[in-house]
Design a protein around this ligand. Structure first.
Ligand SMILES: [Zn+2]
Length: 380
């Protein structure tokens, strides 16, 4: 039996709680933090609540609408990354931007909505703000469509090597890690200007990333496509080529994969544990679909690059590159040329040649996305 004092404090305690209705109809938390060059906004809101993130210009800003919800969280937030600051204004959260942004992730799960923004191209932002303005939305009013479905497919670009691993080094001293990073950044700009996909990079600067982490990076984000970019050395070989996962199709491909895989003896690949037979069957179906997607992408790369730059003979080859081993993300590895070949090295050192390669790879990715969507429409 409760004593009087205990009972009184229990009653007082209950009285101090807000009425359930109020708890259900409010945004109760908001934080903004820097994540690398970007920013992460985390909102606490009732599970299933509708929300919409809108891009607007003059000045560049984002507006987060949470219709029907009172705003009980902090009403102004200190800036982070490309967000100069945020405040509640006319019932919406207004994020003022110091630079155009692209959406990296918008995910509502339970009572938490996480929005990640990264620096983006001015052209793509202007196009979005000038059009529907809707960057992402979710919740009950989105009629079952999730935030993920609203956002564009994600393409992960993977510039090889980095940091203490320079990759191949040409006779003129050109380091593969620098060439591939420059080309990947160029390709990122091409894709962002196209506005047909989101882009993330496994590295955006000169740092070492283990091979397993590159694969995991793409899998964790449920990337639609993974494109690893290299310019290795292969004695006697010249021209661009593309590789998909498989038994080595020839000794050149096998040697390339062996050398690449050495970049990361410690990393290892962490595939999910697949115990029972059913999971194994499902996995093999997923792998088959991934293989088909990868091969299709390789065909697009060969045909688009072939328009503009010299190609290696048999330009699509197979090998056991670690970095291509995601079971569920179509993956290709593009060798833009070989730094061991003086002519390739001279070309790869030139920004205009890398821009040409980036445009061709951009066309291949766009063609692949268009075809993939057509397939999804048939089966979905
Ligand atoms: Zn390489």
């Amino acid at each position: 039996m409760l004593g009087r004092r205990a009972l009184a404090s229990l009653v007082l305690g209950l009285a101090a709680l807000p009425a359930p209705r109020e708890v259900l109809a409010a945004v109760t938390g908001a934080t903004l933090q820097g994540v690398g060059p970007g920013a992460r906004l985390t909102i606490t809101l009732p599970a299933g609540a509708s929300w919409r993130l809108i891009a607007a210009r003059r000045p560049n800003r984002l507006l987060l609408e949470v219709p029907g919800q009172a705003w009980r969280a902090a009403t102004s937030l200190r800036g982070a990354g490309p967000v100069r600051g945020a405040r509640v204004e006319r019932g919406r959260l207004r994020l003022d931007l110091s630079a155009p942004v692209a959406l990296q992730r918008a995910e509502a799960s339970g009572t938490r909505l996480v929005i990640e923004l990264v620096p983006g191209s001015a052209a793509a932002f202007a196009r979005l703000a000038g059009g529907s303005g809707t960057m992402a939305q979710g919740g009950a009013q989105a009629a079952g469509r999730t935030a993920r479905a609203e956002s564009l497919p994600l393409v992960v670009l993977d510039p090889g090597h980095g940091g203490r691993d320079p990759g191949a080094i040409g006779r003129a001293g050109t380091q593969e890690k620098r060439i591939v990073l420059a080309a990947a950044l160029q390709l990122k700009r091409v894709l962002e200007a196209g506005g047909r996909c989101r882009v993330a990079m496994t590295r955006g600067n000169d740092r070492f990333v283990p091979l397993g982490d590159r694969v995991e990076f793409a899998r964790r984000r449920q990337a639609a496509l993974f494109v690893s970019i290299h310019a290795d050395s292969a004695p006697g070989a010249r021209g661009a080529s593309v590789y998909t996962l498989g038994e080595s199709s020839d000794s050149l491909a096998g040697a390339l994969a062996r050398r690449e895989n050495l970049a990361d003896r410690a990393g290892g690949l962490r595939l999910p544990a697949v115990p029972p037979e059913v999971q194994a069957i499902l996995m093999s179906l997923v792998r088959a679909e991934t293989r088909t997607g990868s091969a299709l992408m390789a065909r697009h790369v060969v045909s688009e690059l072939g328009e503009d730059v010299p190609m290696l003979n048999n330009a699509h080859r197979q090998a056991g590159f670690m970095v291509l081993k995601a079971p569920d993300v179509p993956s290709v590895l593009v060798e833009m040329g070989f730094l061991s070949d003086p002519q390739d090295e001279a070309a790869l050192r030139r920004a205009d040649h890398r821009a040409k390669l980036a445009r061709a790879m951009g066309r291949a990715i766009h063609a692949w996305l268009a075809q993939g969507r057509a397939t999804a429409a048939v089966f979905g």
